[in-house]
Design a protein around this ligand. Structure first.
Ligand SMILES: O=c1ccn([C@H]2C[C@H](O)[C@@H](COP(=O)(O)OP(=O)(O)OP(=O)(O)O)O2)c(=O)[nH]1
Ligand SMILES: [Mg+2]
Length: 153
């Protein structure tokens, strides 16, 4: 495993007694985060679920908030903005925007693991505006353009 970065975490009043986000296994990429509230998601419904924590991610890093595959497969629970982006300068409460794509109400109880947090380095970039772009074999083809000729012949 690569060297872990340290992320400061502040427990909010409604985060009392909740576990910190944590890796479930030694090789896990994401830290499971739990809900700080009881909420029921109706079919098609969505909610920004409180976690009870705020973060200070080191400069140069982000956290990506990703769905849990078990909830997705068994209950159709996902995150409409996946992967959610937690900026290093955000000091508000970490919230998990959840959506119920299933056909039954989904009950979330305080303490349930609802999503996973993946820390990642951020590559900054800048745009350089030009008149002409370099040529490539692909050119302007996209959106399913590759393999079309081979399939047709
Ligand atoms: O799943 C998420 C996504 C975002 N955030 C918080 C942290 C993030 O740094 C901030 C802004 O998120 P984002 O940039 O995705 O949203 P926006 O719609 O662009 O809002 P803003 O104008 O505040 O950047 O909201 C969460 O708590 N959970
Ligand atoms: Mg933004």
């Amino acid at each position: 495993m690569t060297q872990a970065i340290t992320i400061e975490i502040k427990r909010l009043h409604h985060g009392a007694n909740l576990p910190l986000p944590a890796y479930a296994t030694e090789g896990a990429a994401g830290m499971d985060v739990v809900s700080a509230e009881d909420v029921t998601l109706a079919p098609g419904g969505r909610h920004a679920v409180a976690t009870g924590f705020a973060l200070a991610i080191p400069d140069g890093y982000e956290i990506q908030v990703r769905p849990r595959s078990g909830l997705a497969l068994k209950h159709g629970i996902s995150l409409p903005n996946t992967p959610g982006t937690i900026d290093s300068d955000y000091r508000g409460e970490l919230k998990i925007i959840m959506i119920n794509l299933g056909d039954a109400p989904f009950v979330i109880q305080r303490g349930d693991r609802i999503a996973q947090l993946v820390a990642a380095p951020v590559q900054l970039a800048r745009f350089a505006e030009v008149e002409t772009l370099s040529d490539t074999a692909r050119g302007e083809g996209g959106f399913g353009s590759t393999g079309v000729k081979a399939a047709a012949s």
